[in-house]
Design a protein around this ligand. Structure first.
Ligand SMILES: Cc1cc2nc3c(=O)[nH]c(=O)nc-3n(C[C@H](O)[C@H](O)[C@H](O)COP(=O)(O)OP(=O)(O)OC[C@H]3O[C@@H](n4cnc5c(N)ncnc54)[C@H](O)[C@@H]3O)c2cc1C
Length: 416
């Protein structure tokens, strides 16, 4: 088949990789001059296969007053006049039940575990792919005894879902990760998952693009997509810069850019941007920074080692499509890092700042598969988990396109 993939982020590139491997002729289209120029550029670098519970969960709604009023809250809602924002928030509120959250978690785990197997297989198949991949393990730290006990209470449930985790005391956390020594007195303990990985999503995308080019996949970069149109034959065509791009099949993998282009076709994907921030510390003294991937649970900030850099990421701001960074949010993230890892900040190496928009659905599940149009397919809405879920999503999409059964139940991710 001849397939045009719209979007050269981690979802589009991974889709192209598996479609090409399945023998299809692929072209990738993107408005930027390079791949992974938007949300896949500076994310937190977590391949977080066991931590996929959606943001919409029980108890979340009680935090709404905090989100609306406190500037330093990890999640912030800035109400606007946009109907898309209000609709997303309403659907999010409806998804905040324990039952719904558990169903979503199970669905996402089937995709994340498939992704883990596929990424590890890809590392064997493509030894030239160098993207700071580490089987780092993940340590989620708790600062108060009550939060730690709640996390311990969840271990049995997590185990029943296939996530192998262990509870560590504060001493054991520091023994596992000596870079946390300065934090010792503030820790109540942590939950350790040895099977989690970390890697640089941007370098992964660049490496994949190189492999794809070598295998004959074409790239149409600097190509903004202005509209998707229905031809008189009922096929979908792509309009760009006043010309029509035709393809036997089209895959939409445009992250937060997808909803606007799909709407005129009557396809309603509830994808809304959740803005996040990251800092990258270029380390002169690498021993000061953790090697294990660390999450500060109370502050919702994650720390991932990417070679000789430390990526720090957090915040989820529900405030629209602007990518403009809020200096106060960046300053708050810098202050968290300084308090958490003072030696890394004292190191005074170069620091890069970044802002990105997570393409989030209210429930937290991506939308993968067919549309009412025979030649149009979706792979969108991966929210805070696009890097983690990319490989599984791409294989599921390939199975849908080829009308094959997939080990991951595809109806969980079908367009509603
Ligand atoms: C702060 C932060 C931390 C995160 N941490 C993690 C993490 O640790 N682990 C994890 O798994 N996920 C993480 N994520 C989420 C992850 O980064 C995203 O889910 C993922 O990058 C989405 O990939 P995508 O390909 O769908 O979107 P994008 O990377 O945004 O790619 C979409 C592409 O479509 C193109 N496009 C859109 N509209 C058009 C148009 N009209 N014409 C032409 N091209 C167009 C864009 O140029 C872009 O290149 C994080 C996100 C943020 C913001």
């Amino acid at each position: 088949m001849q397939i045009m993939v719209l979007g050269a982020g981690v979802i589009g590139l991974t889709s192209a990789y598996y479609l090409n491997r399945a023998g299809h002729q692929v072209v990738i289209v993107d408005r930027h001059g390079d791949v992974a120029a938007e949300t896949s550029f500076g994310n937190a670098g977590q391949l977080s296969y066991s931590y996929v519970a959606p943001l919409a969960g029980p108890g979340v709604l009680s935090k709404l007053p905090l989100w609306l009023t406190r500037k330093d809250s990890p999640v912030r809602l800035r109400p606007s006049m946009s109907p898309a924002q209000w609709r997303w928030c309403l659907q999010f509120a409806l998804a905040c039940s324990r039952k719904r959250s558990e169903i979503t978690t199970r669905q996402l785990l089937s995709l994340s575990f498939a992704s883990r197997t596929l990424i590890h297989q890809m590392l064997r198949d493509e030894p030239q792919l160098d993207f700071d991949f580490q089987q780092s393990g993940k340590l989620v730290l708790h600062r108060d005894a009550h939060a730690m006990q709640s996390a311990v209470d969840l271990l049995e449930f997590q185990r029943s879902l296939g996530c192998e985790q262990s509870a560590l005391s504060a001493d054991e956390c520091v023994a596992l990760e000596p870079a946390l020594a300065d934090m010792h007195k503030e820790l109540a303990g942590g939950i350790y998952t040895s099977s989690e990985d970390t890697a640089d999503c941007h370098r992964f995308c660049q490496g994949l693009a190189e492999i794809l080019r070598a295998r004959g996949v074409e790239f149409a970069l600097h190509t903004p997509i202005d509209a998707l149109r229905r031809s008189p034959r009922g096929h979908i065509e792509v309009r760009s810069n006043g010309t029509t791009l035709q393809a036997q099949n089209i895959v939409v993998a445009m992250g937060t850019g997808a909803a606007r282009l799909l709407k005129p076709l009557g396809i309603d994907v509830p994808v809304y941007p959740l803005k996040g921030y990251s800092l990258t510390y270029h380390l002169d003294e690498p021993s000061a920074a953790p090697r294990v991937s660390v999450t500060d649970f109370a502050r919702k900030v994650v720390y991932a080692r990417l070679g000789n850099r430390l990526r720090v990421a957090g915040m989820a701001d529900i405030e629209g499509y602007s990518r403009r960074p809020d200096p106060a949010r960046l300053a708050a993230l810098r202050a968290e890092t300084a308090a958490f890892l003072p030696k890394v900040v004292a190191d005074r190496g170069e620091v890069s700042e970044w802002t990105g928009l997570r393409p989030a659905t209210p429930r937290g599940t991506p939308i993968i598969g067919a549309t009412p149009y025979r030649n149009l397919w979706l792979n969108v809405g991966h929210g805070a988990l696009g890097f983690t879920l990319a490989a599984g999503s791409a294989v599921l999409l390939t199975s849908c396109l080829e009308n094959r059964a997939d080990p991951v139940p595809s109806n969980a991710f079908a367009l509603q």
